[in-house]
Write a protein that binds this ligand. Structure first.
Ligand SMILES: [Zn+2]
Length: 232
């Protein structure tokens, strides 16, 4: 199972890529709203990435009509990085039909639709988007935990190409797994899927962690996952 680093866009892109290459199997790249990296950095990043596996992730605040230019620009950058997939959030304020027509307008089969924690946290709603767009799924484990839909999403196994792994306690998500038996249970469920796994943890139960602490904990989490996988 390939385990990836979900970068922190507040930090330097090139340094983040170096950290991922040293410690993980791939990197998931997202940009701040209103991409703040310049062309020179993009060039340097794409050289540094070489053949390192990349998953792109559109900024979650992008709005289909208002931000169409930025969405197109993100696609251009992800293509330059030779991203295998690009993850997108369906928009809660749009109807199913509106989401479908937006997704189809992007004309890109590498886009993965992510399950959210509200309307599009329901597997039936996501299934409809997947069917009408012929796109695949990024299964977000923490979101599925919040909506109690993990088992239903796992039934879509052939559609799951990528996973966001993080823990949730009720409505709090993007946590590290404080409960190892829970982590084990989830790994057991996803280990046979043909999907890459990004560690999308950013917080402890109280607050967003500072970057150094987050990195330290991610390395511990990655090693814990590797060990557990060997025993499953
Ligand atoms: Zn996610």
């Amino acid at each position: 199972m390939k385990i990836g680093y979900f970068l922190d866009f507040h930090l330097n892109l090139l340094e983040e890529i170096k950290f991922a290459k040293e410690n993980f199997d791939f990197i998931e790249i997202t940009f701040d709203y209103g991409i703040k990296v310049n062309n020179e950095e993009i060039e340097k990043a794409s050289k540094l990435l070489e053949d390192f596996l990349v998953i792109g992730h559109f900024n979650w605040n992008l709005e289909p009509e208002k931000d169409y230019k930025e969405i197109e620009n993100s696609i251009k950058i992800f293509k330059k990085f030779k991203a295998k997939y690009m993850v997108i959030h369906p928009k809660n304020y749009l109807s199913s039909e509106e989401n479908i027509s937006f997704l189809n307008s992007l004309k890109n089969k590498t886009i993965l639709i992510e399950n959210m924690s509200e309307t599009y946290g329901k597997s039936e709603a996501i299934k409809q988007l997947l069917e009408k767009t012929k796109l695949n799924l990024c299964l977000d484990i923490g979101h599925a935990g919040k909506t109690n839909e993990l088992e239903n999403f796992l039934k879509l196994k052939d559609k799951i190409k990528h996973i966001h792994l993080h823990y949730n306690i009720d409505k709090k998500d993007h946590l590290f797994f404080t409960d190892e038996s829970k982590l084990k249970e989830i790994l057991f469920k996803i280990k046979e899927l043909n999907a890459t796994v990004s560690l999308e943890m950013f917080k402890d139960t109280e607050k967003i962690l500072n970057p150094e602490e987050r990195k330290r904990l991610l390395l511990i989490e990655k090693n814990k996952i590797r060990k557990l996988l060997q025993r499953l």
